[in-house]
Ligand binder design. Structure first.
Ligand code: 9MR
Length: 446
């Protein structure tokens, strides 16, 4: 079946999640030629390039100019933390986080949520809480915030910094830890129940060096979670480096070993103190390490200009105080451009029609394809009251839908679609995460 122009324009009109600008940006990035921005060059390899954003800087034209030009993923630097989103118990406040999310979405950028459960930046009311009332309050916080942002978050840092530094390999002693060792998995389960479509990450610092006890301890936790079916999808490596804590030579090994557990890995808060070629070389090493691991989805730097950094005196970022590109910027861009492009398969498969199901039939047609995602469109015939089950293959994720308002199973892989008043053609965007397989479909009459 060919797509009719009517169905295409209807789908385009009702395309609710990705702004048209994203498609344009990423489309140009799928050619194998060198791209001129961090986001476009990362997209050529099927990855994103992000930055932390402060709501207070969204009025700064230089800042916003660089943000919109270079990046395609955004992490609110402080605005989604517990003290910001639940300043008094049970009263939620999203205005600053929403400013960032809305800006990102208007530019076709995606959002990493940071962070749902953390020992630090707790509001006053939570700081002195202990025991079961704290456990309940933490779970309620996870549920409320993840539900509020459901459908808008690419990945959540569900739990942040829960392990001790140094050689103990122990959990960090905190009020959350004292509620019981299972607090982390409880937070992940609550997050999955609230937003089955976001990737759920554990995020930490000083877990970059494979031989460090803290790295090993986090690795064992993730291994244990995977073996017991705790819903964890990714590990975030903050990657705050300086001369006392340089980029380890075994970084690639660390990222690959975690990925081998069956989780994605992401570099979430990268900054490297220093200047000139030595800084540039270290940035190059981190970028190469990510590109060498197919499940390394992307890199986020912790701010735009040096002056925006939480440690500005260390000049740790890719742009100087005036917004000029530094040597480190060029080295990152060059590495991204040398990465093997993740080009979509260049064949277009013919649409397939499922055998008549329980009173209806679906025809699946492949839509547009980009380096990191593809569109699919389903035409239903035989009934106007259909229920179509769309089953993805792991580690795929649906990141946008149109002409249906789906529900999800807890794995995030099975989507149940029903008509939402826009006829019998609906569609979705699948972020493939390396798996280009088409979803399987079944149809029944609701
Ligand atoms: O960059 C953030 C800074 O503005 C805050 O004052 C600080 C407060 O804890 O948090 C900084 O971000 C941290 C992030 O949330 C978690 N990893 C370490 C980051 C740098 O301290």
């Amino acid at each position: 079946m060919k797509l009719t122009s009517k169905s295409v324009s209807r789908a385009a009109l009702a395309f609710t999640v990705l702004a048209a600008t994203t498609a344009a940006t990423v489309l140009t990035a799928t050619s194998a030629s060198a791209a001129s921005t961090l986001g476009a060059s990362a997209a050529q390899t099927g990855r994103y390039f992000g930055t932390a954003v402060a709501a207070s800087r969204l009025g700064d034209a230089t800042y916003v100019g660089i943000l919109n030009r270079e990046f395609n993923m955004v992490t609110p630097e402080n605005e989604m933390k517990i003290d910001a989103t639940e300043p008094s118990q049970g009263r939620f406040s999203y205005s600053n986080a929403d400013r960032i999310v809305n800006h990102a979405r208007s530019q076709g950028m995606r959002v990493r949520g940071h962070t749902l459960a953390w020992h630090s930046q707790q509001p006053e009311w939570m700081r002195y809480m202990e025991g079961s009332s704290l456990r309940q309050a933490m779970l309620n916080h996870v549920t409320q915030v993840a539900s509020y942002y459901r459908g808008k978050i690419y990945a959540w840092d569900v739990v942040n910094e829960a392990f001790e530094d140094g050689s103990s390999g122990a959990r960090r002693n905190s009020n959350l830890q004292r509620t019981g060792n299972d607090w982390i998995e409880a937070a992940f389960r609550a997050a999955r129940a609230a937003d089955s479509n976001a990737k759920l990450c554990y995020n930490d610092y000083n877990i970059d060096n494979w031989s460090h006890a803290k790295t090993q301890a986090v690795y064992r936790m993730v291994q244990d979670f995977k073996s017991r079916g705790v819903p964890i999808d990714c590990v975030g490596f903050q990657a705050h480096f300086n001369s006392g804590n340089p980029v380890p030579s075994n970084y690639h090994t660390t990222l690959q070993n975690f990925a081998n557990l069956g989780v994605d890995v992401q570099i979430t808060e990268l900054d490297i103190e220093g200047s000139g070629s030595s800084q540039a070389q270290q940035y190059q090493g981190v970028t190469q390490a990510c590109l060498a691991v197919s499940r390394c989805n992307g890199i986020t730097v912790w701010g735009i200009r040096d002056s925006d950094s939480w440690r500005a005196s260390g000049t740790p970022l890719l742009f100087d105080n005036y917004g000029n590109k530094k040597a480190a910027y060029t080295s990152v861009l060059n590495v991204l451009n040398s990465g093997s492009p993740s080009t979509p398969p260049d064949t277009t498969e013919p649409p397939t029609t499922t055998p008549p199901g329980d009173g209806c039939t679906t025809t699946y047609a492949e839509g547009q394809k980009w380096g990191d995602r593809f569109n699919g469109q389903v035409t239903v015939s035989g009934s106007d009251n259909w229920v179509v089950t769309v089953t993805l293959q792991s580690p795929q994720r649906v990141i946008a839908t149109w002409n249906t308002s789906p529900t999800w199973d807890s794995s995030g892989l099975v989507m149940t679609a029903r008509p939402n008043g826009n006829g019998n053609v609906f569609g979705f965007t699948i972020q493939h995460n390396g798996n280009w397989s088409w979803p399987s479909l079944t149809c029944s009459v609701g």
